[in-house]
Every structure is written in C-alpha cells, then in structure tokens.
Design a protein around this ligand. Structure first.
Ligand code: FAD
Length: 295
C-alpha cells in the first residue's frame, strides 16, 4: 500500500514527489511516456527563477533525478482508472494496479486540435503540434504556425531558425502572447504575421501542400497547430468536480471535492499555466496529501 500515488511526471508531479518523499511518505509516480511533461518539448525556458535561460529538458532531468534520489518509485505506465475503496484507492494502469491512501492527479494537458475534417489525414504528414519534436523535418521549407498565444510565438521563433519562412497565422486582430514575444516575431525577417485569418481547409495529395485560409491559399510543407490545450486524465475517477472546460476544480492547496484526491499543475482550473505555477501546485498538493495522511 502506497501513501501517495502521483499520476503524471511533469513539473507538478515531480515536485509533489520531492515533497512527499521529504515527508517520508511511500510514493509511487506513474508516467505514461517519459518524465518532464510539456517541458521536454520546450526549447527555451526564460522565466524559471534562478535559471535565466535554459531548455526544458535540462530542468526535467534535474527534477526527475532529485525525485529519484529522494526515493520516489517511478513506473512508466498509463493510469486508466482510480477506484475508491474502504481504506483508500486502487489506481489501475494499462498493465497493473496499485493500492494507495491518497492520489495526486498531475496529468497536465494535450494540444487542442483544429477540428478540420482533413486534419487527421495530414497528422505526421505536415500537421504537427510540436515544433521542437518535428521542426527539423522541415529545414529549409516554408511552414506555418496557427495560434496567437505564447506557445504559437515560441513555436514560430524556434521554426524561424530552421525553416525557409514561417507564416504566423492568427484568426484575431490581437495576440494573447507576451508583448516581448510579439515584438521579437515582428522583428524577425523570417516570420510573416497574418492576423484576422482563419484556416478553413487543408489540401494535399499524400502530404500537406496548401493551407486554405479566409484570406488566401498558402503553400507550406507543414502547419504547426498551437491553439491551446485540453486537460488530460480528468475522467480517471467519477464524481470529480470539473469546470466548464473540464479542468479539475480544486482549492489553492490542491484539494478536490473527493477527500484523498488532490490536483496539481495545468490540469487544475487556474489562470496561469507555467512551470513555476505547476511546481508550486505540486508542492501545495503534496503538503495537503501529507496533512490528509497524518490526520
Ligand atoms: C511549447 C510550449 C512551451 C512552453 N514554454 C514554457 C516556458 O518557457 N516557461 C514556462 O514556465 N512554461 C512553459 N510552458 C508551459 C509548461 O510547460 C507547463 O505549464 C507545465 O509543463 C505544466 O506542468 P504539469 O506537470 O502540470 O503538466 P505536464 O507538463 O503536461 O505533464 C503532465 C504529465 O502527465 C503525464 N500523463 C498524462 N496522463 C497520464 C496518465 N493517465 N497516466 C500517467 N501519466 C500521465 C504526461 O505524459 C505528462 O508527462 C510551455 C508549454 C508548451 C507546450
């Protein structure tokens, strides 16, 4: 029987593990892919205190090493269900099941899709949701990024170092991204910004060749979709209170409506989704779980 099972090995989950182990709680962290979460696909992190400029992978590796050194057990397996029992919970994964007294859900988010009929046809053939993962494939080619938030600008900037040209397409006249990122993109000769432009269709034979927009047709080899994200793992347990966008409702200490179930990081309903807020949530949720176990 574990004291705490943490689902998700991003910055929120890894921080929860560090706090749980420092309180000597028997802790298992379940991660469906590799530890680090969204950080591993982030080329430049410029806003994590005390680390002025680094890449997400370096922070991820340091957090994972710290959690392991403190004695966190890590299983690379996807959690598929949490069941309430008389003395805690059973967490079922794809291959196993584990008993625990408390659970921290730190499952983060995944990219929101465009929702166009042709999108799935071109996934892996020109449509991508991660410039760091797939950008190198399109070295010297024209590409586009769709979106207007920080992620879209990070993606465009990263791609400008590889691609022949980057169209940054946004359906609104204004951007949600930080001013510093918008200014950098405007001054980048490789990036052409198209506002008030909606993508209406995707065209190509075996791979993406043209983006049809409300304004014009754009010939590109790839389109990187950066239009926001949706929460993962929120249906692991029934009766969990979610907001209208399906984010987990919890208080600032990570307590959900189900005693013994805590939430941390991007999966929570909150305003700012960043590494620094994910780690803060991870610490808060672990502290709440520790308090729950000690009472
Ligand atoms: C392109 C991009 C650039 C960014 N740049 C910055 C930046 O410069 N600075 C900054 O502060 N933030 C940045 N962010 C945001 C930051 O990365 C996130 O806010 C942060 O990673 C959220 O951490 P998290 O632990 O809550 O979730 P995530 O990082 O999403 O991690 C969740 C983890 O849970 C795992 N998981 C999900 N479901 C299950 C399941 N059922 N079972 C087991 N494991 C599961 C996932 O595989 C993942 O590893 C960026 C994000 C993106 C996409």
């Amino acid at each position: 029987m574990y004291d705490i099972i943490i689902i998700g090995g991003g910055p929120a989950g890894l921080t929860s593990a560090i706090y749980a182990r420092r309180a000597n709680k028997k802790t298992l962290l379940l991660e469906s892919t590799v530890c680090g979460g969204q950080m591993i696909n982030t080329n430049n992190v410029e806003n994590y205190p005390a680390v002025p400029a680094t890449d997400g992978l370096s922070i991820a590796k340091a957090m994972e090493a710290q959690a392991k050194e403190l004695g966190t057990e890590i299983e690379f397996d996807e959690a598929i269900n949490i069941e309430k029992t008389d003395n805690g919970f059973i967490v079922k994964t794809q291959t196993d099941s584990f008993e625990t007294k408390a659970v921290i859900i730190a499952t983060g988010t995944k990219p929101r899709k465009l929702g166009l009929a042709a999108e799935s046809k071109f996934e892996g053939r020109g449509i991508s949701y991660c410039a760091t993962c797939d950008g190198a494939i399109y070295k010297g080619k024209p590409v586009a990024v769709y979106g207007g938030g920080n992620s879209a600008f990070y993606e465009a900037e990263y791609l400008s170092g590889l691609a022949e040209k980057v169209y940054l397409i946004h359906h609104h006249p204004e951007f949600k991204a930080d001013e510093v990122l918008v200014e950098r993109a405007k001054n980048n000769p490789k990036i052409e910004i198209l506002t008030n432009t909606e993508i209406t269709d995707l065209v190509g034979d075996k791979k993406l060749e043209n983006i049809i927009t409300s304004e014009k047709e754009i010939a590109v080899d790839a389109l990187f979709v950066a239009i926001g994200r949706i929460p993962c793992g929120v249906k692991l347990i029934t009766d969990l209170n979610l907001d209208s966008d399906s984010y987990i409702i919890s208080d600032e200490n990570g307590k959900t409506n189900i005693p013994g179930i805590f939430a941390a990081g991007d999966v929570r309903e909150k305003k700012l989704r960043q590494i620094v807020t994910a780690t803060a949530d991870g610490a808060a949720a672990a502290s709440s779980a520790i308090e729950f176990l000690n009472n």
